[in-house]
Design a protein around this ligand. Structure first.
Ligand code: TYD
Length: 203
């Protein structure tokens, strides 16, 4: 059984906590799995991550988009596909939808162009399931706290655009993208997450 599952949402939505809980749950039922993330899982990607999150000079929007795309191209070819071939469920913290949400809805780059570029970067490789953790933007900003990276510093309006972007994407692709209400407690959110994961495993 090998599925490619991506975890998405605005900064502070709690997806990484949920991803870790899903991994523990899969381990408890003996489903082989591996955790990964974008940007920065591969050795090359780690160098790009450093630039993407901490470079302190001006970064052109298109440059930012291409750096994420470069990270993703390397990640799909050298990590995600080989892990799936080994029979692992791959749990990935962010993927193409982050690019559409942040660089598209957030920065204003053409969404059609981004889709085209992501198809090149990934050879059109799509997740079997994507879970979007949807949380009120004010709550999300509070969760992020004071120690913010380059994108987290963008503020409330930017993050509202991202949230809205994810919801639009989910409407357009309801088969692949499931939305979880992530305003509640960690346990409440996990109940919804687990249900979605079990539906996929039982297919
Ligand atoms: P990270 O510290 O991994 O945060 P998170 O836990 O929220 O995933 O930082 C990743 C940041 O990069 C996050 O702010 C979203 C952003 N991002 C994009 O803007 N475009 C992309 O294609 C990806 C993968 C991430």
């Amino acid at each position: 059984m090998s599925f490619f599952i991506t975890f998405e949402g605005a900064d502070g939505c709690g997806k990484t906590t949920q991803l870790n809980m899903v991994a523990d749950f899969l381990n408890s039922i003996n489903v082989k799995n591996i955790k990964t993330r974008e940007p920065g899982e591969t050795p090359l990607g780690a160098k790009l991550r450093e630039i993407l999150l901490h470079y302190d000079g001006p970064v052109a929007d298109e440059c930012e988009a291409f750096l994420y795309l470069a990270d993703r191209a390397q990640h799909v070819e050298t990590f995600i596909k080989p892990e799936l071939e080994k029979g692992n469920v791959v749990l990935c913290d962010r993927y193409v939808d982050s690019n559409i949400a942040y660089q598209g809805y957030g920065r204003g780059i053409s969404i059609d162009d981004l889709k085209y570029l992501n198809n090149i970067a990934t050879n059109s490789f799509k997740p079997d399931l994507t879970i979007v953790f949807d949380v009120d933007s004010n709550v999300a900003q509070e969760r992020v706290g004071a120690n913010k990276d380059r994108l987290e510093q963008e503020g409330l309006e930017f993050h509202k655009k991202i949230r809205n972007g994810y919801l639009e994407m989910a409407k357009a692709e309801p088969e692949r993208i499931k939305v979880v209400d992530a305003n509640g407690s960690i346990e409440e959110v996990f109940e919804q997450t687990k249900k979605i994961i079990l539906e996929l495993l039982n297919k």
